[in-house]
Design a protein around this ligand. Sequence first.
Ligand code: PMP
Length: 425
Amino acid sequence: VTSEEAAWITKETVDGFRENVNPGFLEYRKTVTQGGQFAAVEWSDEGSCFKDVSGKEYIDCLGGFGIYNVGHRHPKVVEAVENQLKRQALHSQDLLDPLRAMLAKILERITPGDLKYSFFTNSGTESVEAALKLVKMYSERTTIISTTRAFHGKSLGSLSGTAKGMFRKPFLPLIPGFRHIPFGDIEMMRKTFETCAMVGEDVAAVLLEPVQGEGGIILPPPNYLREVRELCDEYGALLVFDEVQTGIGRTGRMFASEVYGVTPDILCLAKAFGGGVMPAGAVVANERVFKSFFPNPFMHTTTFGGNPLACAAAIATIDVLLEENLPARADEVGRYFLNGLREAAAGHEDKVMEIRGIGLMIGIEFHRDEVGYEVSKGMFDEGILVAGTLINSKTIRIEPPLTIGMDEVDRVIAMFRKVLAQTKA
Ligand code: PMP
């Protein structure tokens, strides 16, 4: 398209959003993401690059908050879905679908410990929702411990686990029994278990992201997850890991559970599970927990969950991750990336508070929201897409495809260096 046409399409897109999609979207974006700038997306490659309608290229360091672990449109995932589309697309969940069984078998093999049974969903929110219903079917207890800054989705159930007051307030009361305590504070966790037991409100489950994503890439302190597991075992509570963002290779192993050596009773997946090509999610549980859920197979159902297209995409995605050794690559490239960003930030301690991460899940925290905002705006101008957290720009997140090229990583680091130098404290 010509530059006039591109400008017209962009304007129409922006107007369309304002008038017919979501009038608040643009205003919200102005305060959080890319300095309020917009790219009307035209095309994405098989890796980390996309183009807007004017032909400007971007390195996608965030896309979908970490859904493109195998790249935007990995040829094997695309081919698997295309082939499946020619045979069979969506069908009734009542039918036995070989791909669903195969995917569940693969998940049993690749998930840690005794995780065995899968229920398939279409999103992260739905995976958490199903996990919460599993907890409720398993246990008469009603207390569920979640954490401050947690994000688990925005349906009424998953929102009960999500911490942010702004998202919760209009919908109160949510599911009763949730307690939000600071992530990483094992003493507070222990006290909560004790207090709950004393007043006869035993803890049914702890719901955690092993590494908090939307909260701003918050890593668990050493041994924290292991100690949480021990507390759950001691008090007979279930441990639910929401690996919607951390799973599928993002943190340097297939699952963050493996990075930290802790097996949950229930594991939630989505985002990158569908290879960035299909919406797909799963909740995987051990036999003990799962069997309590499905004495009646219709206790929880979804029409599209585990459909053949999503399963074909997920199987191909796992295949690619294993074949290309992408979790290990995330670890290696992640270390290089983190070091590079830290070096680039040296001398800018007045602006940058901390750069942290694990695998290719990296957060850059600034002292002030405005600095993060300016940096993400500057990066956008230089053709690098990053974004803040759900509610501010104080921490910008970097979660590129695990396939990202080293030349692209170097470019992102160089542009970060340049933009940071130009940004006022
Ligand atoms: N859990 C976590 C940890 C997430 O990061 C997200 C999405 N950011 C969700 C759940 C919700 O997933 P979805 O948007 O696919 O419903």
